[in-house]
Design a protein around this ligand. Structure first.
Ligand code: PLP
Length: 272
């Protein structure tokens, strides 16, 4: 939003909780936004402040957690833009997206589902703040998702979501570091979480390929707000449905066979 405001020539005031990363603050300020920090980690207090300011003359508060424009933008722009980057008109069998506002996974999910009715739409949240699946709010380290409540967008469109996957913060950060080390990708923990979730869903392509559509769209240095979209062969994990039935968790230390498969090597037969 700060980038758009800079390009359009609007004055931008970003209200965000304390405890966000230095990168997030620096990016907003680099685009000329003024930043006000308020409340602790989750965004509820910041949102209340935004609602208050937004009702004053001269302010416009986009209400991105609730606005259908957010969904529409992702359905009509990000979804088609992502599909256009996939080879040979491929429409993925699944799309995986962390839920901050919910706009990305819902809008992109609608777009992909429109082109492939059996496309699975999978939401990601931190294990430590299992709000969508279990109604719990906790501190976690996957900034940008799980902001402390179920956003209006997600609540209205939850019928679209086939599955919610919970990822450990530490595992997401480990994956983020691996992406930097092995692929030179400067991405945040939510990208690590997306990729772990996608890999757990038996992604056909290697991890590097899976992340490419997202990385291609995200400028280096930015924290990407993008889904990982990739064809899925079959789901090895039990299907869980939003609303508190069965869930499964990605994360933890992957086993040797999983690591080898991810690197594209055939596992050696187990000794004995
Ligand atoms: C780093 C990061 N990842 C993922 C998301 C989730 O995107 P959405 O708000 O569309 O659900 C956000 C949201 O701002 C984010 O900042």
């Amino acid at each position: 939003m700060s980038m758009v405001a800079a390009v359009k020539g609007y004055r931008m005031l970003v209200v965000m909780p304390d405890g966000m990363s230095g990168e997030r603050l620096a990016i907003s300020r680099a685009f000329g936004a003024q930043v006000m920090t308020l409340g602790d980690f989750h965004v509820n207090d910041a949102l209340a402040k935004v609602a208050e300011l937004g009702s004053e003359p001269g302010y416009f508060a986009p209400q991105q957690f609730d606005s259908e424009w957010n969904v529409e933008e992702n359905r009509t722009w990000l979804g088609p833009e992502t599909l256009a980057q996939l080879p040979d008109g491929v429409v993925p069998d699944a799309v995986v997206g962390g839920v901050g506002t919910g706009g990305t996974i819902v809008g992109v999910g609608q777009c992909f589902r429109g082109r492939n009715p059996s496309c699975r739409v999978v939401a990601v949240e931190p294990n430590e703040s299992c709000t969508l699946m279990c109604g719990e709010v906790g501190r976690h380290l996957i900034e940008g998702i799980s902001d402390g409540f179920v956003p209006g967008i997600f609540a209205r469109h939850r019928h679209l979501i086939d599955e919610v996957v919970a990822v450990d913060s530490d595992a997401a950060i480990g994956e983020m570091r691996r992406l930097a080390r092995e692929f030179g990708l400067f991405v945040g923990p939510s990208s690590g979480a997306h990729l772990l979730a996608a890999c757990e869903l038996q992604v056909v392509q290697a991890a590097a390929k899976a992340v490419r559509p997202a990385a291609g769209l995200a400028p280096r240095g930015a924290l990407p707000v993008l889904p990982v979209a990739c064809p899925v062969r079959r789901s090895r994990v039990p299907v869980s449905v939003t609303g508190g039935r069965r869930g499964w968790r990605a994360g933890g230390r992957p086993g040797r066979r999983w690591r080898q498969r991810r690197r594209g090597r055939r596992p050696r037969p187990a000794a004995g």
